[in-house]
Design a protein around this ligand. Structure first.
Ligand SMILES: [Fe+2]
Length: 249
């Protein structure tokens, strides 16, 4: 079987849930990968190194996020991470043939350029997709049950994620993620780190993340990060997050 067909077969199998039972528990431990394979416990397709098109217009998330912020964020900040991670992959031979997720899982063995920009690119590609126009609610089902079981209620979930976003000093991200025991967790990481990284103090697979770098909100909210975080809950694309959760557990 060729590498390409092997990879396709792997993704088809894992996306249908065939081989993921128990695998997520190995997220922090399994750090060696064959070419083009995802880390154990990450049964989702690789994130391309090129930016994927924004799935909505720059103004679509108003009033929570203004159009100018979205345009600059996507076309300048996020574009720069994509460009730089491609340069890093080209320059660092250990990255040859690895998916972005496989690189992040052992990012301690790469340069700071790879860590900062690989994380930055992964985080933003996820960020655009966990948001969407309009106000969506998390429908009854497996994820809602897990959120309520883990945090008590949707309000308590929002409160806990807000606290993680507010207490992240300086630049970083707050996450809802699935840990090695398949439990929902909330936490935050500095700079462009994320829970996939071996250098991260919180480990697992991100379900959703909120960007709390000032570039994500400063034009509209200035120093009022709390107002941005509160408004951000109105634009979560729960359908996307639900599908991601379904693939993981
Ligand atoms: Fe950002």
């Amino acid at each position: 079987m060729s590498i390409r067909s092997s990879r396709r077969k792997f993704l088809q199998t894992t996306l249908t849930g065939g081989v993921i039972a128990g695998a997520i528990s190995a997220v922090p431990a399994l750090q060696s990968f064959r070419t083009n394979e995802q880390p154990a416990g990450y049964p989702l397709p690789p994130t391309p190194l090129d930016q994927t098109p924004l799935p909505y217009g720059y103004a679509a998330l108003e009033p929570s996020i203004d159009a100018k912020t979205m345009e600059i964020h996507y076309t300048k900040h996020a574009a720069a991470y994509s460009k730089a991670v491609k340069e890093a992959v080209e320059a660092e031979s250990a990255a040859k043939g690895l998916t972005l997720e496989a690189i992040l899982a052992k990012v301690s063995g790469f340069t700071p350029k790879m860590r900062n920009n690989g994380g930055g690119h992964y985080n933003h590609e996820l960020f655009w997709k966990v948001m969407g126009p309009g106000t969506s609610q998390l429908a009854a089902g497996k994820l809602r049950n897990a959120v309520e079981g883990s945090f008590g209620s949707m309000d308590q979930f929002k409160s806990k994620l807000s606290e993680a976003a507010m207490t992240r000093f300086g630049s970083g991200w707050a996450w809802l993620y699935v840990d090695g025991d398949k439990k929902l967790q909330i936490g935050s990481t500095p700079n462009q780190d994320n829970p996939l990284m071996d250098v991260s103090t919180i480990k697992g697979v991100p379900l959703l993340g909120i960007d709390v770098w000032e570039h994500a909100y400063y034009l509209k909210y200035q120093n009022k990060r709390a107002d941005y975080v509160t408004s951000w809950f109105n634009i979560i694309n729960w359908d996307f997050v639900q599908k991601r959760y379904d693939a993981l557990v």
